[in-house]
Write a protein that binds this ligand. Structure first.
Ligand SMILES: *[C@@H]1O[C@H](CO)[C@@H](O)[C@H](O)[C@H]1NC(C)=O
Ligand SMILES: *[C@@H]1O[C@H](CO)[C@@H](O)[C@H](O)[C@H]1NC(C)=O
Length: 212
């Protein structure tokens, strides 16, 4: 009970702090719009509720997840973000869990660690790796489009808030893109300088198992 209350306080605190970061990030992002905001065609009532996202309420007081969990507030979940160059994820990392290597093709990411410790890293276009062990309270920036990852190597859960400079940051997961699509096995085997059997094993690990 006490632990979940502390977690709730941390989450609230982080959301407050991240709003400052968001204001800065909003200066570089999606193209400017020619109106104050964009209302989707199927929305008829525009009031305070349209500009409010309540989807993170369920995280407060809920127990920690058993696997890595990203709760999103992007344009899809929160339509008022359309045209505002901003979105946000709350990331929960049980001990030992990972956010596999991925990029966000349209946005820089600013990660703020609000609980635990977290290994983070990205690789730049010269193939140089930058890593850090973040402590609670630290921020780390993932430059737009570069491949990056997060890993909770600690023994306690980690929680982070990530702000993105786009309403639709465009997540590309490398394992999923490479090994969970129909890219020809030979193309992948040649690319990774391995054999088709190895590629098929990698693919099998990511493909949902048939039921029945
Ligand atoms: C508008 O359409 C979107 C996409 O189909 C849907 O998610 C949303 O709930 C709709 N909003 C309203 C107010 O009907
Ligand atoms: C692989 O793709 C399927 C279908 O798009 C999806 O349901 C599944 O979650 C993906 N697997 C992973 C590990 O992302």
């Amino acid at each position: 009970m006490a632990a979940s209350k502390t977690f709730s306080m941390k989450l609230l605190f982080s959301l407050l702090i991240s709003s400052f970061a968001i204001i800065r990030m909003a200066t570089a992002g999606d193209p400017d719009i020619l109106s104050d905001y964009i209302v989707p065609p199927n929305v008829t009532v525009v009031d305070g509720n349209f500009f409010t996202f309540t989807g993170m309420r369920s995280l407060l007081g809920a127990g920690p997840p058993t696997a890595f969990k990203a709760s999103k507030a992007s344009m899809a979940e929160f339509p008022a973000l359309n045209g505002q160059s901003i979105s946000m994820d709350v990331l929960q990392f049980p001990a030992g869990s990972i956010s596999p290597p991925h990029t966000r093709v349209r946005a820089t990411g600013l990660l703020f660690l609000i609980a635990g410790t977290l290994e983070v890293g990205f690789v730049d276009t010269t193939n140089k790796l930058f890593t850090q062990t973040l402590q609670t309270g630290d921020m780390f920036i993932f430059p737009k489009g570069l491949v990056h990852f997060q890993y909770n190597a600690g023994s306690t859960p980690a929680v982070a808030v990530a702000a993105f400079g786009s309403a639709n940051a465009g997540l590309v997961s490398l394992p999923n893109t490479l090994f969970n699509t129909s890219i020809d096995d030979n193309v992948l085997a040649l690319s990774f300088k391995t054999d088709v059997a190895t590629i098929q094993r990698l693919k099998a690990g990511l493909t949902p198992k048939p039921r029945g």
